[in-house]
Design a protein around this ligand. Structure first.
Ligand SMILES: N[C@@H](CCC(=O)N[C@@H](CS)C(=O)NCC(=O)O)C(=O)O
Length: 209
């Protein structure tokens, strides 16, 4: 059975949401960072970076949220969550998958890293305005790409919507401004999908008592 290692809230929620959309059986393991599980030898053998998400599928161990979403979409192709390899739609899909990770999330990750995620000696004070400016540029590109469509590929919901919407949800929590009305409406639409509520409930139930 598929096994996902993750925690709430984090990038593993992207994969967890995707699994709920697909409807395949899986097991969710809440990785207890506070208890040091991410740095345990058992977990470091799965991901030497000590990061989540990690997906196990039999002999396969996979890291990187985008790669895991693509793997799941290809494996469960009936879900229609990843366009057919070699098609023009797949190329556009890939464009947005790369955009999320290289443009949209990076300014937020920069802010988070310099606030708490990297050792204090490497943190740069005053980085926030730069990160916020970069984020606003990326959201403007997203807004133009989205237009009045329901999804980033037009009418077709895909893993790219999961990646983008999760990242925009992170932006809201981290107090990044989203001024564009079409992007705000898109986010509300995507986060109201039943699979998101199911994912959140499963993560809540998985928390240590
Ligand atoms: N590019 C990776 C990033 C993974 C990542 O940074 N995960 C964070 C949680 S959102 C983590 O596990 N951080 C722990 C750490 O940095 O030690 C992905 O998208 O999967």
């Amino acid at each position: 059975m598929l096994k996902l290692f993750g925690l709430f809230p984090s990038r593993s929620n992207r994969v967890h949401w995707a699994l709920e959309e697909i409807g395949a059986p899986y097991e969710f393991y809440h990785l207890d960072f506070a208890a040091g599980e991410a740095q345990s030898s058992v977990f470091l053998a799965l991901n030497p970076g000590g990061k989540i998400p990690v997906l196990q599928d039999g002999e396969l161990t996979l890291t990187e949220s985008g790669a895991i979403c693509n793997y799941l979409g290809d494996k469960y192709s009936d879900s229609g969550l990843v366009p057919e390899s070699g098609s023009q739609l797949r190329a556009v899909y890939d464009q947005w998958m790369f955009f999320v990770q290289s443009e949209l999330e990076q300014p937020m990750w920069t802010k988070a890293k310099h606030k708490f995620a990297i050792p204090k000696t490497y943190r740069v004070a005053g980085i926030n305005p730069t990160a916020e400016w970069e984020f606003s540029k990326a959201v403007e590109v997203l807004s133009k790409g989205l237009g009045e469509n329901d999804c980033i590929l037009g009418d077709t919901f895909s893993m790219a919507d999961i990646m983008i919407s999760h990242t925009l949800g992170w932006a809201k929590i981290a107090n990044f401004e989203i001024e564009q009305e079409n992007v705000r409406a898109y986010l509300d639409r995507q986060l109201s999908r039943p699979a998101v509520a199911r994912m959140a409930e499963k993560e809540r139930l998985s928390l240590p008592k």
